[in-house]
Ligand binder design. Structure first.
Ligand SMILES: *Cc1c(COP(=O)(O)O)cnc(C)c1O
Length: 392
């Protein structure tokens, strides 16, 4: 069976874990944690990075930093993973679910303004498949209504928003980071990444908070360290540390960071290999898409492709079910993705009843093909041929 995902090991993971163990410092915020954080800050221009135990935890930190209170409203796409909404629900927020574009699972930036009320505090954007949302439009809306933008960049490592960039009229900056585009996760006020074993670079479970707005840096460090000012104490900025705010134990151990460092060292290689696979799929399947059998991902001209995922959009749920079954017969594990959060068992009774038809269509019709470092070109071609066979 060709699996849907297979975690890739670069070869140095266990050595770096051993180094961490031998260093005698295996709790959080040690040498490997700092190396990882500095790498992301320097490469992507994030103002401050903090490794976390998951992207879900990084999103919880965002919800605390955004000071979400009961009855505040947060706009979240419905076509996303549970965590994009859950972190805000835990703070008592009401989630106002937004629809996707017709031809792209990302949040439809032209439909957000109608959802904004005096209670709206934040907009969560999810860069689905690592492809950028329309950040220029979304940041302009946020500036107009004084809202925070939180990027769920779980899938978006090494992907970019490119913009010709004229700052919106009257606005000094397009982004609180003072940049007008650039790496995803560096445009909104806050962003969350995932290093779960299904993502491009991994640490088993793992994540990161990126902070682009200076206002949040000091408090984020405190929330990260169980509500204490321990980080300041270790830098010698205060002479004792104590309980100063809310928080949790959001920081991962050095063992996780050591694993992640081995992955970071191979980031370019991993990305090149994944892009090769992605392009093989795209070229191989384009003739069938041109005949109308299904649709392929459409990359907006402002977005880049980090080859996190390769998906098709079938013409119906029935087609998709049969295609997945056909591929299973061929020993290929292709899988569907999110179920709409607005009609989930947990949230449907709290949803305001709006129909989100594009989101529901992706829930019914999108199918993801195997995508991982060690997938061979031959396997990719076999998968393409198996799909051709199904449609012919
Ligand atoms: C993977 C993923 C998450 C969750 O990441 P964890 O690190 O497992 O918490 C959240 N949002 C999106 C869009 C994801 O793809």
């Amino acid at each position: 069976m060709i699996p849907f995902n297979k975690p890739y090991l670069t070869g140095k993971e266990t050595q770096y874990i051993e180094d961490a163990v031998k260093s005698g410092k295996i709790s959080g915020n040690g040498m490997f944690t700092q190396k990882c954080q500095q790498f992301f800050e320097q490469k992507y221009g994030f103002k401050k990075c903090l490794l976390t135990t998951s992207c879900t935890d990084a999103l919880e930190m965002c919800a605390i930093l955004a000071d979400i209170q009961p009855d505040d409203e947060v706009i979240v796409p419905s076509y996303t993973f549970v965590s994009s909404a859950l972190a805000f629900v835990r703070q008592g927020a009401k989630i106002v679910f937004a629809d996707s574009y017709e031809n792209n699972p990302n949040i439809d930036a032209d439909k957000i303004e109608a959802l904004i009320t005096p209670k709206t505090k934040a907009i969560v954007v999810v860069h689905y498949a690592g492809m950028a949302c329309d950040m220029e439009k979304i940041m302009a809306l946020a500036a107009k209504y004084n809202l925070l933008v939180i990027e769920d960049a779980a899938q978006a490592i090494e992907s970019y928003y490119q913009s010709p960039l004229t700052p919106p009229k009257g606005e000094k900056n397009f982004s609180p980071s003072g940049r007008s585009g650039g790496a995803l996760g560096g445009i909104g006020h806050l962003a969350a990444f995932s290093f779960h074993e299904t993502k491009n670079i991994i640490s088993g479970e793992g994540g990161m908070l990126a902070i682009n707005d200076d206002r949040f840096i000091h408090r984020a460090e405190i929330i990260w360290e169980k509500g204490t000012n321990r980080a300041e104490f270790f830098r010698g900025e205060v002479n004792k540390y104590g309980w100063v705010d809310t928080g949790s134990s959001f920081l991962p151990s050095e063992i996780i960071a050591a694993f992640l460092w081995a992955q970071i060292e191979h980031l370019d290689d991993i990305q090149n290999k994944r892009k090769q696979t992605w392009n093989t799929y795209y070229e191989g399947l384009k003739p069938l898409a041109d005949q109308g059998f299904f649709r392929l991902p459409e990359i907006p001209d402002y977005a880049t492709n980090n080859a996190h995922m390769f998906y098709l959009v079938c013409n119906s749920l029935e087609d998709r079910t049969k295609l997945i079954e056909h591929l299973k017969q061929k020993e290929i594990n292709a899988v569907f993705h999110y179920l709409s959060l607005h009609s989930s068992e947990f949230y449907k009774n709290r949803h305001d009843g709006r129909i989100l038809k594009n989101c529901d269509k992706f829930a019914d019709c999108l199918v993801r093909l195997p995508m991982f470092y060690e997938l061979s070109l031959n396997d990719a071609k076999y998968i393409i041929n198996s799909i051709k066979e199904f449609y012919q």
